[in-house]
Design a protein around this ligand. Structure first.
Ligand code: TK8
Length: 334
């Protein structure tokens, strides 16, 4: 009798335990998560980590399907698909958000962040959150920032060792006025293009060069079509993980919590992985035949000076306040 009672109690407790877990409101959902880089890249590895983490935290109910290589479209196309509710999630550049929230151009002003420690503090702090929150009125929800990284220049024409060497280079830039102004001021001929069209543009000679972090130059095999790499570190570029607001609004509180938790875990994984990869990338690029030029500090200073009008223009066209806020946040992070 006693034994039977004890096992009934045990069973009841077990049942309570089971109910507590399933009392979490989590529906079975498929989440399409798009990005531009290959699966075998820092972006692809973190996407996979994100999907696995989401499955683990939701007992397999939140099923994230990852689509690399811009299979769901370019960054701009995906942003619009999210706004329209045709796609659930993506990770992509903040730079191409300027058409939606102009203030996002602030991250693209050159030579702002000294290192990734400063970037992490600012992006994960109140400044980064406040800027993200401006997306909501436009139909997007920002979850976290990942690291794209410090951008460097490549081209197929000649080594770039000083400002004058930019002249005559047709250079693909992101679809963002700060980049266009900045590289034109260096003397290049800036051509805005979606990332998804970049490789073939370099292959066919439609453009001579581009600028991206060394991790991307390696994983996207730009060394097959670009001979010269110059370490400029002109901009620290974040990636942003976005959700469709119309989709996100349908999620329960528990689902949102899990989504945020998984996105943050993936962010931490991604930053560590990207930083490790970027330490090895330059040697890998050399072994693929790229010629690497370091820009001396005085040339970097000249670039910085030349880029000032691009920053002034951003400030003059409504960006003064957000720029000041970012500069203050960086000063605090130092
Ligand atoms: C990938 C892009 C890429 C970015 C660019 O979709 O466009 O050059 O650096 O990472 O977001």
């Amino acid at each position: 009798m006693k034994l039977a009672f004890a096992s009934t109690v045990a069973a009841a407790l077990l049942a309570v335990g089971v109910t507590a877990a399933s009392a979490q409101e989590i529906s079975s959902r498929i989440i399409r998560f798009g990005f531009g880089l290959p699966e075998a890249s820092n972006q692809g590895r973190a996407a996979k980590f994100f999907a696995d983490e989401l499955a683990r935290l939701s007992d397999g109910k939140l099923k994230m399907r990852t689509f690399g290589d811009a299979k769901l479209g370019s960054d701009v196309q995906m942003q619009n698909a999210l706004i329209g509710g045709a796609q659930e999630m993506m990770v992509g550049s903040t730079a191409t958000l300027v058409g939606i929230v102009k203030d996002f151009g602030v991250y693209d002003l050159p030579f702002l962040f000294a290192d990734s420690k400063e970037a992490d503090a600012v992006l994960d702090g109140p400044f980064g959150r406040k800027l993200m929150d401006k997306l909501e009125a436009q139909g997007l929800v920002g979850l976290v920032y990942w690291e794209n990284g410090f951008r460097n220049l490549t081209n197929s024409k000649h080594p770039v060792a000083k400002m004058e060497d930019f002249s005559g280079i047709k250079l693909r830039v992101m679809q963002n006025p700060v980049y266009i102004d900045m590289f034109n001021s260096f003397g290049a001929n800036a051509v805005p293009l979606p990332y998804s069209e970049l490789f073939s543009a370099m292959e066919t000679g439609a453009v001579d060069g581009q600028e991206n972090p060394v991790t991307t130059i390696e994983s996207a095999k730009f060394y097959e079509v670009q001979k010269y790499l110059t370490i400029t570190r002109h901009v620290y570029s974040p990636w942003i993980v976005l959700a469709s607001k119309s989709w996100y609004d349908q999620l329960s509180g528990d689902e949102r919590k899990i989504l945020q938790q998984a996105a943050e875990a993936a962010r931490d994984f991604e930053r560590k992985d990207s930083r490790e990869a970027s330490l090895k990338a330059i040697d890998a690029l050399k072994s693929h035949g790229m010629e690497v030029t370091e820009l001396p500090p005085e040339e970097l200073a000249r670039l910085k000076e030349k880029a000032q009008p691009a920053a002034d223009k951003f400030a003059a066209e409504g960006g003064a306040e957000v720029l000041k806020e970012l500069q203050d946040a960086i000063a605090q992070a130092k």
